[in-house]
Design a protein around this ligand. Structure first.
Ligand code: SAH
Length: 233
């Protein structure tokens, strides 16, 4: 089922306009077909009543209950020098159910703050688009960029994905009674030994994923996917 953002709701009717209407028309969706709409952080199944150049009008069939992850994960992602990879990470994190994603500058990350500021809008837009594809009725929040040196273990559990073959296995992390978790992921070049050392001294738990060295986007996916699914079971 295709899903679109609605611009307005009036009683049982939803209105799709602007770019969303363009997407709908490109997909040649016609009167009588059923689609999903997201409106005001809720997801609905609707039937198309009419499509014109101005708007598509849809009639409510029913609200679709969407489960929100019990474990609220904040990802601190060191910005890869290959900025396209950051876009992939944002899409992956959104569909995996990350609550907030914060771009981080570290020793080996991309570090041009002017470019990063400019990218923020695009990254938020990608999160919104990815949430639509995932039938996630609210986008992942993109937090303000920060520096690795200023991170503190401020959540119920705080994890550092280590690239030094140190650290405990994922299954050693006890998620019982934990509502919030932060996850710090390095850039392509990894953390420096000093960076990893400082974070563990501050109280981050160093975790090693098995069996090999992974790309940042793989490490992010494995860790978030595992935590979200285990926390909910
Ligand atoms: N070039 C670096 C590897 C960086 S991997 C090196 O050769 O050491 C990029 C990031 O992904 C790491 O900083 C870490 O956060 C994460 N990562 C990759 N593999 C991992 C693993 N096996 N366990 C935990 N984190 C890993």
């Amino acid at each position: 089922m295709y899903t679109f953002f609605a611009s307005e709701r009036k009683g049982y009717l939803f209105f799709i306009r602007g770019d969303e209407l363009k997407h709908l028309r490109v997909r040649r969706i016609l009167r009588g077909e059923r689609v999903g709409v997201i409106f005001d952080t809720k997801l609905y199944e609707v039937e198309i009543v009419s499509v014109s150049k101005r708007e598509a009008v849809c009639r409510l069939i029913n609200e679709i209950e969407v489960e929100t992850p019990k474990l609220r994960i904040t990802v601190f992602q060191c910005i890869p020098k290959e900025l396209k990879t950051m876009e992939l990470m944002i899409k992956l994190a959104t569909e995996l159910g990350v609550e907030e994603f914060i771009p981080v500058i570290s020793k080996r990350s991309f570090n041009e703050s002017r470019v990063i500021e400019k990218k923020m809008q695009r990254w938020s837009k990608l999160s919104k688009e990815a949430s639509k594809l995932a039938n996630r009725p609210y986008p992942m929040k993109i937090g303000n960029p920060t520096y690795l040196t200023s991170l503190e273990p401020a959540y119920d559990e705080n994890i550092l994905l280590d690239n030094f073959n140190k650290g405990v296995g994922l299954k050693e992390i006890n998620l019982k009674g934990i509502d919030t978790l932060s996850l710090v992921v390095g850039p392509e070049g990894g953390f420096t030994e000093k960076e990893a050392g400082t974070l563990t001294q501050k109280g981050f738990t160093s975790v090693r994923l098995k069996p090999y060295i992974l790309r940042s986007e793989t490490a992010l996916t494995v860790a978030v996917g595992t935590f979200i699914n285990f926390a909910d079971s």
